[in-house]
Design a protein around this ligand. Sequence first.
Ligand code: BGC
Length: 422
Amino acid sequence: MRYLAYTMTAAAALLAAHAAQAQDSNQAEGSNVEVLHWWTSGGEAAALNVLKEDLQGQGIGWQDMPVAGGGGTQAMTVLRARVTAGNAPTAVQMLGFDITDWAQQDALANLNEIASEGNWDEVIPQALQKFSKYEGEWVAAPVNVHSTNWVWADASLMEELGLEQPQSWDDLIAAMQKAKDAGYTALAHGGQAWQDATIFDSVALVTGGPEFYRKALIDLEEEALTSDTMKQVFDRMATLRGFVDDNFSGRDWNLATAMVIDDKALFQIMGDWAKGEFLNADQTPGEDFVCFRFPGTSEQVLFNSDQFAMFDQGGEVSPQQAALAKAIVSPEFQIAFNKVKGSVPARTDIDVSEFDACGQQAYEDFKEAAASDNLMGSFAHGHANKAAVKNAMYDVITAHFNGEYDSETAMDELLTAVQINM
Ligand code: BGC
């Protein structure tokens, strides 16, 4: 009996100890945020660290859920699976229409209180609020503004080949021809659907101008989608295809940037997250690499904004989610993060004098484009239309880029893709 009593007491003590431990670990888990994102390249990871450290400084642990794949297509697939399994991550990096789609499904936590404390209504530009708010409620915290109509050039190759910054499409092609003739890769590119679409953003803009871009890629008007201008856009995509190297297929975007960093390729047409890679490789703008707007599009900005949406964990926004949202929008974070990421602040009231020349230009361009109706959501990065339409259009653009369709067929297929998925 005594033995039994002792054993029972010991068992009870053990159970109690386990319970206490479990509670501890629950608390530990409870003070974590699980963040699903696709920032896996060197430059992206460096920027993400700024956020991690900020939160850790506040005693909030970071549970990382990276899903590789530029542009976030794979991340969005994983997110859907997680939500379907009833296991949504705490916070998720998202773009444009993905945010409003999830909000429509009532999956996102309401951030109104944090937004009102931080005066977000005043400091976040309307173009971003269109995606951070759903039916008047704040559902996402904007981290940055990126834009896609940029070219990244290798400074030493420009010098070696005697090239000036191209001012027009013809200049751009002539410069690439020179590089190709000299035995270099003219266009560093990775054959992945979202990268092909990223180039398509700039080509559509320069070929048809902002009105065409809007009509074709944002408003999805049949007349624009089937116009001679659209045929010319596809023809120009085929021209660019002639300047990539033989091994481009499937290459990640940051490896394409590395070709410019390593003086192997002249240009990369890519959003300004590419700058994060140059900086991460200790390169200096104006010295080692040059940034310029895609020739002929210097007045326009095709933007995309990374935002963090908090998945509703069954009730009010949690203190950790609130802390994350607040940290993201704070001016100090917006400066520290965006300097590393290659993007510019998502707020209009930031002093960017600490930013490099490309960043300062990007911030000015963004504000000027917004004031002159030249700011448009990037089709390639989810700010022109919902994911189903975007992904169907990706497929057509990629098939054409890889020579499966001629330009006429691509136009027909593009219209079909839009009409089926709209
Ligand atoms: C995101 C960037 C990211 C890039 C490549 C874009 O859609 O907005 O933050 O760096 O994809 O991964």
